[in-house]
Design a protein. Structure first.
Length: 185
């Protein structure tokens, strides 16, 4: 079923107030699908733990839904820290980070780009030596709308690059298969 312009506007408003962490704690791949699900009444407004009460109240204002405080979970986005003594340079954390907030190369120490870390925590579980831990954000580095906007851009840019690489790899495999199938022996 096609959305109306009014629904699209509400989706944009909801998406804009979401923290753009893409942590999937809401059960959706990223913030935009969650916003769409709220508008289609397929998800409730209480699923964004990193956004907490601020986000729930904004979504309630946008949708006209009454906010029930008991349903609100506040789990603000944290930062991750990589222990330099334990990092083996495997790059698994780099691959998992949805916003490219980890710098390093294979076999070398990795580090978190603190201003870009969205606190999703995906890298923590990817580390085979458990050298990544989460820490509370400091008051001088809060998660704000500017960081959310940058995070959203970086998320979709990385997603596009990943999709492009996958297509290129598929084309290579298809070319190799065609060569095998159609070669004259």
């Amino acid at each position: 079923m096609k959305r109306t312009k009014g629904e699209d506007l509400i989706i944009k408003q909801i998406d804009k107030c979401l923290p753009q962490i893409h942590c999937q704690k809401c059960g959706f791949f990223s913030c935009l699908p969650y916003a769409k699900a709220i508008v289609k009444k397929k998800a409730n407004i209480y699923k964004c733990e990193p956004g907490g009460s601020k986000v729930v109240e904004k979504i309630g204002e946008i949708t006209g839904e009454r906010v029930i405080r008991a349903n609100v979970k506040d789990a603000p986005p944290e930062l991750v820290y990589i222990d330099p003594e334990a990092c083996i340079g495997c790059t698994l954390c780099i691959q998992k980070c949805p916003v490219d907030a980890i710098a390093g190369a294979e076999g070398f120490l990795h580090t978190v780009i603190v201003d870009e870390c969205n606190g999703c925590g995906f890298c923590v579980s990817s580390c085979p030596v458990d050298c990544i831990s989460e820490k509370k954000r400091t008051k001088d580095n809060p998660w704000n709308n500017t960081k959310a906007s940058i995070s959203k851009t970086m998320f979709y840019e990385k997603r596009a690059r990943t999709r492009e690489r996958r297509l290129e790899a598929d084309e290579k495999r298809l070319g190799a298969l065609k060569e095998l199938l159609f070669r004259d022996d």
